[in-house]
Design a protein around this ligand. Structure first.
Ligand code: 5GP
Ligand code: MN
Length: 342
């Protein structure tokens, strides 16, 4: 975004406005953190603000300040639509295309001409619906971008404990606790400032990460038992069937991070998890890589998905077994790229 963009936004925000904040479907810590941080920031400025999420998010994030304020479009389409229709500004956070917001897609499409859209996002190839588009794929997280956004508005003095806590949580979850390659020295500098603003770092890690249910741990056992390695391709993958999920009373978020166990194996540079969802008739796929293997392109080409170079996702309409057959066949074509030298 240009300096002029920030000036124009500042002018727009100098009067109280009705504002909707939207994360992507199945929101994660980064999407929720960005929404809630901006919720507190904009509410402080006397705007009428609502976070409207397409659907629910994992329980391990429910401790976050402002959580109880979030409206789910899926559960309250009427109330949500009415609020969106009366919003002058709509912030879309942590996604690059309306295709990432499920049932809310149509509702936002209809606002294209009447509301002003602000996009803050770190995914590749942003669509062009936003008048104010802050897109940067080099960023660790949307929450890091929200910090820069507030900084560019010359408003860091407004960052209070709630805002700092939400931004910290989003940066922490999207960087795998500050270890993924997009974590920069600037990321750490921002984290330091957030701690100074009141984010209780150790407590946030505990509340988010040491909050597992027994069922989740048992399901992790099943996942690790199902893990397969293809040594010649430096690849590991996990499957979870609907029955295995049901047997362990699967709840949203329970499989978060499972894919990383594949990647933690010595010599593995590409890891995948395939999770059957018979209700939606799909297999949900998460892909991770180390080094140069681009899982974003892989997800786009083969699984109708996207993401970043080292973390992406997608879906398959085939059965779980057929999806695995397709995956095993396809990755053979990537033999030259799947080496552990990168
Ligand atoms: P996860 O595997 O944790 O669900 O997602 C990893 C990354 O890939 C995130 O940045 C997420 O936004 C992106 N991603 C996950 N699933 C999809 C998908 O179905 N489509 C697209 N375009 N991106 C996805
Ligand atoms: Mn993100």
């Amino acid at each position: 975004m240009t300096k002029e963009n920030y000036t124009a936004l500042k002018t727009l925000l100098s009067q109280p406005q009705q504002i909707t904040l939207v994360p992507h479907q199945n929101p994660d810590g980064d999407a929720i953190g960005a929404c809630l941080a901006l919720f507190f920031f904009l509410s402080q400025k006397k705007h009428l603000v609502k976070v409207i999420a397409p659907n629910n998010y994992p329980d391990f994030l429910k401790w976050m300040p402002g959580s109880e304020e979030i409206v789910f479009f899926e559960d309250n389409p009427k109330e949500a639509t009415e609020f969106i229709e009366n919003s002058k500004l709509i912030f879309t956070l942590d996604f690059n295309s309306f295709s990432r917001i499920g049932q809310m897609q149509q509702c936002l499409e209809l606002q294209k001409n009447s509301a002003t859209f602000v996009m803050i996002d770190h995914h590749q190839s942003p669509d062009d619906y936003a008048k104010f588009c802050y897109s940067d794929v080099s960023m660790s997280s949307t929450c890091e971008m929200v910090y820069h956004f507030i900084e560019n508005l010359r408003e860091t003095a407004s960052i209070n404990k709630e805002i700092a806590t939400c931004l910290y949580t989003g940066i922490m979850t999207d960087t795998g606790s500050f270890r993924f390659p997009a974590t920069s020295s600037t990321t750490h500098q921002i984290i330091a400032k957030l701690i100074d603003k009141g984010a209780e770092n150790s407590k946030i890690h505990q509340q988010t990460l040491d909050n597992n249910s027994y069922n989740r741990m048992q399901l992790l056992g099943v996942a690790l038992n199902n893990l397969k390695i293809i040594p010649a391709l430096h690849t590991a993958y996990i499957t979870l069937s609907q029955k295995e999920l049901d047997d362990h009373h699967f709840k949203k978020g329970d499989t978060e991070g499972f894919v990383n166990y594949g990647l933690s194996i010595k010599g593995v540079v590409f890891a995948a998890i395939f999770i059957e969802n018979t209700h939606e008739g799909i297999v949900k796929i998460s892909l991770r890589s180390k080094g140069n293997f681009d899982v974003n392109s892989f997800a786009r080409e083969h699984f109708n998905g996207g993401g970043h170079i080292n973390a992406a996702g997608g879906r398959s309409q085939k059965s779980l077994t057929e999806t695995i057959v397709y995956f095993e066949k396809t990755i053979k074509n990537y033999k030259l790229l799947l080496t552990d030298e990168n």
